[in-house]
Ligand binder design. Structure first.
Ligand SMILES: [Zn+2]
Length: 118
């Protein structure tokens, strides 16, 4: 279950930034190519977060669509699914530019006024 290792990474990053404060929300960007099952990740997150500052925090997942630049025709296109093929010419020789992300994008901590972002 690779969601467990992803959840573990998220909790480690989040708690490293929390400075001992209770975390309320964690915004995570996950690339499509990570093939994360959101329900499985949330379940794993609850397990991993137990006993840490991230316990009870809300996990907000944003999926980043895959995109690549075609090595044959040079066009950048979104890659909505497998196989990852260029939209313009159908070539499979595509250099990925997005879709492998796994990053903690934003955190809110208890007692903190949320910054202007929505
Ligand atoms: Zn192409």
């Amino acid at each position: 279950m690779h969601e467990l290792s992803i959840a573990d990474a998220i909790v480690r990053i989040a708690t490293a930034h929390a400075g001992g404060r209770q975390i309320e929300t964690i915004e995570v960007k996950v690339g499509y190519l990570r093939q994360v099952v959101p329900d499985a990740l949330e379940f794993a997150f609850v397990l991993v977060a137990e006993g840490t500052e991230a316990q009870g925090a809300q996990l907000l997942l944003e999926e980043v669509p895959a995109a690549g630049i075609c090595r044959r025709c040079g066009i950048e296109s979104e890659l909505p699914g497998f196989p990852l093929a260029c939209e313009a010419c159908g070539s499979l020789d595509v250099e990925l530019v997005r879709g492998e992300e796994l990053l903690v994008d934003a955190l809110t901590m208890e007692g903190e006024v949320p910054s202007g972002r929505s």
